[in-house]
Structures are given as C-alpha cells and as structure tokens.
Ligand binder design. Structure first.
Ligand SMILES: C[S@@+](CC[C@H](N)C(=O)[O-])C[C@H]1O[C@@H](n2cnc3c(N)ncnc32)[C@H](O)[C@@H]1O
Length: 328
C-alpha cells in the first residue's frame, strides 16, 4: 500500500472556533451561517489525542490556528507546549489578531513553544479598523506597546512578523506597515494577496494594474508561488487540516468544504491513504484537471497576478516539494 499518510509534513490544527473579530477578508461569518463554526474549545486531553494521530508523520510545519482567534483559548500555551514536546522538529506558526491584553492571555507563555507569530495587521487607524471589523486601533497600539515592554528584542526580531492581507482597500498602507515593523523591532512583513477561502465561488477581489505596479516594490515579502500549476499542489499528498471539531479538510484555503471525515469516527491514516476522495483528488491534480473542490483555488487563480508582480521571474516562495508515488 502507498503510505501517503506517513509523508504528511504540513499540518494545520485548531484549538478553538471562536473569534473576537469579523474581518471582511475572512469567510468565518459565512461558515457560521452554514453552521460550521459552533463555539468549541478543545480540552488539553482532546488536543493531545488529536496530535497523537500524527506521531509517525514527519511534520515540518504546524500551523496552530484556523478560522478563529487562538488567544481566546485560555489554555492555548499548554497546547503549544504539548505540540513542541511531541514534535520538537516542527516549525510552529501561530497567527493572532492582537486585539486583546497580551498580559492576560496565553500570548507571552506561548512564545517559547512557537517559532513564528503572524501579527495580523492590515492597515493603520481607520483602515485597520475597517479591514479588521470589530477591532480598535487603540487596542492595537496598546498591544504593540506591551509587546515592546514584555517580549525580548531577540524574540521580537526573530519570531514576530506582521502579516498583511492585501486588497484594493489597503495596499497603499504598506509604507506605514513597514515603519511599524521597524519601530517595534519586528522580524519583518509578510504580504498575501487576499484569497477567497470558499470552494464554491471565485475570489471577488480585483488586483488592477496600478496595484500590481505598486506591489512590485515589495516583491521580496509577497507570499504565494509563481509559476504554479495544480499538479504542484502538495496538500492532498503531504498536508492535512484538522478543525476544532476533529473534521478533516484537504487544504488550508478550502475552508467551506464539507468535512471529508472526522478523526473521532474512523481511521485518519486509512482514509488519507485509501479513500476514493483522496485517490480522485490526487489523480485530478496530477493531470491538472481540478475537481469541484479545487476549481476555485486561489493558488491557481492568483498565480497570474503574482506572475505580473514578479515580472515572470520565479517567486521567492516556491511550491512545497512532495513525494510522488509511482503507483498513483
Ligand atoms: C484567519 S486568521 C486566523 C488567526 C487570527 N484570528 C488572526 O487574525 O491572525 C489567519 C490569517 O489569515 C489572514 N487572512 C484573512 N483573510 C484572508 C484572505 N482572504 N486571504 C489571505 N489571508 C487572509 C489574516 O490576516 C491572518 O493573518
């Protein structure tokens, strides 16, 4: 049998479903309407059980987050600690919205067990508040002040990155975002073109020529891969996404997919290796013939935009390599 499961190197796993914001770029509100985001917080034991399923997998990257705000979980730091203990070689990433008092959450206690934080900041002042609906700029400034006072220069300059989701409404904020990173001694800025995480509809964002021209100056920090074709997608071959309910989905940016299976009901490794869903998905992608779960994928649909920004040169981020089995 071809053991894809034992090749899983990238895992996204969630600890809670709650969030304190309703960002227009995120599809959490839609998922809520679809009944996919009921309130749930994992217990530490549940979390340990979920990650133990991957004990034979060579995890290289674990994103300890999902469509939620991790710092709303009061025991988040225990989960991060457990994750690092179980997978000491994995590079652990946590994304957070900075809309809380960091001294009263798990944030500071999570730092030793985390390799990289995405501090999600999509603008300044009113633009910040609009792009992160429910947020307050004042709270963000307090967060950054507390960060400066309570987190070592070493940790700030190596682990803390501003994560900026670029849309037509905020891209001109980038110079101020870079200044903020410099002022607070952060590691840098990561820029993502806004994706659409629903599998059943195309991305409503547009990226006109003037925006593309402007973003060229920020090439080195723009994430995403170009060139990219479906046959380069590592997700169904080497990746997995497990939400707080134990549901498996095939990839990080298809969040509206009906769960493929639940890890509390049946064997994850058997499903990953032997299900028709994975067999068909791998075959379709290998032949560059995406099925309905992948047809609206923004790795594909944003690639031409990235190509223009990178002026036909290969992007700094290249698609993750994965093992291809002969027997596929
Ligand atoms: C969904 S949030 C969840 C974690 C946490 N609540 C936060 O705000 O960082 C994870 C990351 O996705 C980014 N993001 C939100 N909408 C996006 C979109 N449409 N395309 C790409 N990234 C997006 C956010 O800026 C954030 O850095």
């Amino acid at each position: 049998m071809t053991d894809y499961f034992k090749e899983i190197s990238y895992l996204m796993i969630e600890t809670n479903s709650s969030c304190n914001l309703a960002c227009p770029s995120c599809n959490r509100e839609r998922l809520k309407e679809l009944g996919m985001r009921e309130d749930k917080y994992l217990t530490l034991d549940e979390f340990k059980k979920n990650i133990s399923l991957f004990h034979e997998c060579p995890l290289e990257i674990v994103k300890l987050e999902g469509i939620s705000e991790p710092m709303l979980h009061p025991e988040f730091h225990f989960m991060a600690e457990e994750l690092k203990r179980a997978f000491p070689k994995a590079f652990v990433i946590v994304a957070t919205n900075c809309q809380y008092n960091l001294k009263r959450t798990s944030f500071l206690k999570t730092i030793p067990f985390t390799d990289m934080f995405y501090l999600s900041i999509d603008g300044t002042e009113e633009i910040f508040e609009k792009t992160r609906a429910g947020s307050s700029w004042k709270k963000l400034l307090q967060f950054l002040k507390d960060l400066e006072e309570n987190v070592s220069e070493q940790d700030r300059s190596s682990k803390m990155h501003i994560n900026f989701t670029a849309t037509l409404k905020n891209y001109l904020e980038l110079p101020k975002i870079y200044k903020m990173a410099e002022d607070y001694g952060l590691a840098g800025v990561r820029i993502n073109l806004a994706q659409d995480w629903n599998h059943d509809r195309p991305n409503p964002n547009s990226f006109p020529q003037e925006m593309i021209e402007y973003l060229k100056a920020y090439k080195k920090d723009i994430k995403g891969s170009s060139p990219w074709k479906y046959d380069q997608c590592f997700w169904p071959n080497n990746g997995a996404v497990i939400d707080v309910f134990g549901n498996l989905r095939q990839c990080i940016i298809n969040t509206s997919q009906e769960p493929l299976m639940n890890i509390n009901d049946k064997s994850l490794s058997t499903y990953y290796n032997e299900s028709e869903h994975y067999k068909i998905t791998r075959k379709n992608l290998r032949e560059n013939q995406p099925g309905e779960d992948c047809i609206n994928c923004d790795y594909f649909h944003l690639e031409p935009v990235l190509k223009e920004i990178f002026e036909n040169e290969p992007s700094p981020n290249q698609p993750r390599k994965f093992k291809r089995f002969e027997t596929d």
